[in-house]
Design a protein around this ligand. Structure first.
Ligand code: DX5
Ligand code: ZN
Length: 230
């Protein structure tokens, strides 16, 4: 007999997103080919402004260059204080998905609308301390919810296990509403933590340090996105 969980695993498609922050930036073109040849589905591009998070990464000019050479879709994860101001420019620079934070100072609904108006897919991100319920009212408007499994700001941190229950709650609400919204998890993802989050309902798995430090990126990517056993 099929359990509710079996149904979920049958229906969900799993994707692995590589966090460019962990790539060898001096050799980005060969890194792009390595990702494409390793079964990576999405490029995850982390933008940090030194205000919303205590770190600065890269921004628009690097994305413009990258998107010209990349064959994979790009998810721009905006860890910036006022994302609505920059949505159009990120879309024009080549972002296919734009993920912004509920905790930012931009109006959530207007930012989602602006992302759609620019032809990109909107995703709403929440930090580990933000409850699941905070995203419920926006679910019908979104393509994806990004549940941070570390505090945003740095690659290479350890997975926060307390976030798993939140993934479960958001997936239940998506199912209750009859939606097909993706749930992305980001931070400390390796084959083991990927398995835990997939069983809880995540289906887009971001990985940085684990993917790029593995000798066989394709094998690691496969493990990260394989359908979980129930
Ligand atoms: C953290 C970033 C993540 C990070 C993931 O603020 O949003 O995307 O680069 O890297 P790992 O997989 O190393 O935790
Ligand atoms: Zn990220």
């Amino acid at each position: 007999m099929k359990t509710e969980k079996d149904e979920r695993s049958d229906n969900l498609k799993y994707y692995v997103a590589a966090s460019v922050l962990s790539a060898d930036l001096l050799n980005i073109e060969s890194e792009l080919r390595r990702m494409e040849n390793s079964g990576i589905d999405i490029l995850h591009y982390d933008v940090m402004d030194g205000v919303f998070v205590n770190n600065i990464s890269y921004g628009l000019p690097v994305l413009s260059q990258l998107s010209k050479a990349a064959k994979l879709p790009i998810d721009a994860h905006l860890m910036i204080i006022d994302p609505i101001k920059y949505v159009r420019r990120f879309a024009e620079a080549g972002a296919d998905i734009i993920s912004f934070h509920l905790e930012s100072s931009s109006d959530t609904r207007k930012t989602i609308e602006e992302i759609r108006a620019c032809g990109a897919k909107p995703a709403l991100a929440i930090k580990p301390g933000t409850p699941a319920e905070a995203v419920y009212e926006y679910l019908p408007l979104l393509d994806m919810v990004l549940i941070m499994t570390v505090e945003p700001g740095f690659g290479g941190q350890s997975f926060i296990y307390d976030t798993v229950e939140k993934i479960r709650k958001v997936r239940s609400e998506i199912e209750r509403l009859g939606l097909e919204t993706d749930i992305e998890v980001d931070g400390g993802i390796n084959p083991d933590t990927a398995d835990i989050t997939k069983k809880a309902g995540a289906n887009v798995l971001v990985s940085g340090s684990c993917l790029f430090s593995s000798e066989d990126m394709a094998a690691t990517a496969n493990l990260i996105k394989e359908v979980p056993e129930c």
